[in-house]
Ligand binder design. Sequence first.
Ligand code: MTE
Ligand code: MO
Length: 315
Amino acid sequence: MVKINSSEITPEHVYLSRRRFMTGAAKLLAGTALFAACGRRGPSVEAPEPGEPGATPTEVRTDELGNMLTPYRSVAGFNNYYEFTLEQDRVAEVAMGFVTSPWTVEVGGLVDKPKTFDLDDLQQFDVEERIYRMRCVEAWSMVIPWMGFPLWRLLREVEPTSQARYVRFETVLDELQMPGLREPFPWPYVEGLRLDEALHDLTLLVTGVYGRRLPPQNGAPIRLAVPWKYGLKSLKSIVRIDLVADRPKTFWETAGPREYGFWANVNPEVPHPRWSQATERVIGENRRKETLFFNGYADAVADLYDDLSSEHWYR
Ligand SMILES: Nc1nc2c(c(=O)[nH]1)N[C@H]1C(S)=C(S)[C@@H](COP(=O)(O)O)O[C@H]1N2
Ligand SMILES: [Mo]
């Protein structure tokens, strides 16, 4: 169980913009669920999960496919964040107290207006809630109510040049605070997207979860969420974003080239070299479910990949 302290209480602007933007994803929810999300309880109070004292059926929230949200205690209690530790149930404990202020995100490379955003600058981007499925390449999954804004809004500010074809992202390297950096991995954690993937409206920069500020173990203060790709693409605690001409070499391509590729689109038909990707363990529930093509976002993203017949676009 993760203890929430007062510093993690949602700042007012997040709460306000959350209310203002309870349109998109929230519109898909039943009216009762919408009431539960916006009404009575402020977002600074941890909502009881289904089955817990205080929970009633009106508080059950789902994604647009009817999957129940993963309980907050699992979202914030079972993590992959190798910079802290490889033990998934200990990341929260090791990352506790991670200082993420001051923080800057440097955005540059092939852009006309490079800019370094501090936490205040990032508040110009209105935050909305997006309920996304997250499918880890290790065949487990969650359904998470992120708070954030589409990456294209930030990229528009820096004006990518016509040479920009990919976006390269980098996680912070903080040896003092991150004991996992002593492990022999190709740090820093680097990820990449093709420019059209990065500009897709589903690609989210995340600053909160369950209506609160993002806890360290989930990638505070700002991380990516690319819901149709395996979770490893959604890097945490971002400090650099560069527009580049060539496909960047990612952390996992370097660490395990025989097992991981650049695209990492969720595909139940293509097994990982060591396990099947046909089904996934539902974290917080005692069952598995079938993995969906593009993690259930095929309608929105499949046409991005028409011309990739020669690529292993699923890896
Ligand atoms: N910097 C960094 N980002 C990372 C990781 C990591 O180890 N380091 N793990 C990735 C993997 S494999 C997954 S599945 C998701 C997990 O996100 P969560 O812990 O918020 O659920 O984060 C991704 N982002
Ligand atoms: Mo993952």
